[in-house]
Design a protein around this ligand. Structure first.
Ligand SMILES: Nc1ncnc2c1ncn2[C@@H]1O[C@H](COP(=O)(O)OP(=O)(O)OP(=O)(O)O)[C@@H](O)[C@H]1O
Ligand SMILES: Nc1nc2c(c(=O)[nH]1)N[C@H]1C(S)=C(S)[C@@H](COP(=O)(O)O)O[C@H]1N2
Length: 174
């Protein structure tokens, strides 16, 4: 990883009315945690919330501003259902847009299913924290994270002032 002295700190947030109500086991949050840990991240915060925009905004702000995680990965609430509001909450707390990550996820996912176009997931920056919205199903989480994971570390390194070589060829870089 480009950050030499410590691992990247990540938070995983599941947005699911059914999960929050205890009506369905949350499999997507634990899957995100496992994949991030496997890739070398330290998952320090885990949350499960209902599809309530203000609660999601407060949670994202707390994780970025107080817990100071480098990456927040959310899952769920990106679709067209009336209560889906994860992208709205994410955009509301953004200090900068970083649309390329969400674009790359949809591009890769369209090779798997045309329904990938139905995810409205956003990717943004809040100060020195990168926030990425993943869709809700475990299958979608796996496919979307695999598509962007190799490039995330370099983005985090630039965002946090830990980048060593920005001009590294893709073949040698992350
Ligand atoms: N956190 C999760 N854990 C396990 N499976 C999930 C999770 N979120 C979604 N899924 C699966 O993906 C499908 C589509 O996701 P979607 O977000 O539309 O679910 P939902 O049940 O409508 O959402 P909610 O949990 O907010 O009521 C669900 O029916 C479920 O099978
Ligand atoms: N790679 C991938 N992306 C995917 C999917 C998938 O199965 N694989 N499911 C899609 C579907 S069916 C929906 S409705 C949207 C939004 O999902 P969400 O409402 O659970 O966040 O993600 C889409 N993105």
């Amino acid at each position: 990883m480009e950050k030499k002295e410590q691992r990247w700190k990540a938070a995983v947030v599941t947005l699911s009315d059914k999960g929050y109500a205890g009506e369905r086991e949350d499999k997507s949050g634990p899957l995100l945690c496992g994949m991030l840990e496997e890739a070398g991240y330290e998952v320090t915060e885990v949350r499960l919330l209902p599809d309530e925009q203000k609660m999601i905004e407060q949670c994202l702000c707390e994780l970025a501003d107080e817990k100071k995680v480098d990456l927040i990965a959310t899952t769920g609430g990106t679709g067209f259902a009336p209560r889906d509001c994860t992208p709205e909450a994410t955009l509301a707390v953004a200090t900068k847009n970083a649309p390329g990550i969400a674009e790359a996820m949809r591009l890769a996912s369209l090779q798997v299913t045309p329904r990938a176009m139905l995810s409205r997931g956003a990717s943004v920056i809040r100060n020195q924290t990168l926030i990425i919205n993943f869709p809700g199903s475990p299958k979608a989480v796996k496919e979307n994270l695999e598509a962007v994971l190799p490039s995330l570390e370099h983005g985090l390194a630039i965002l946090t002032g830990n980048a060593s070589e920005c001009g590294k060829p893709v073949s040698e870089g992350k």
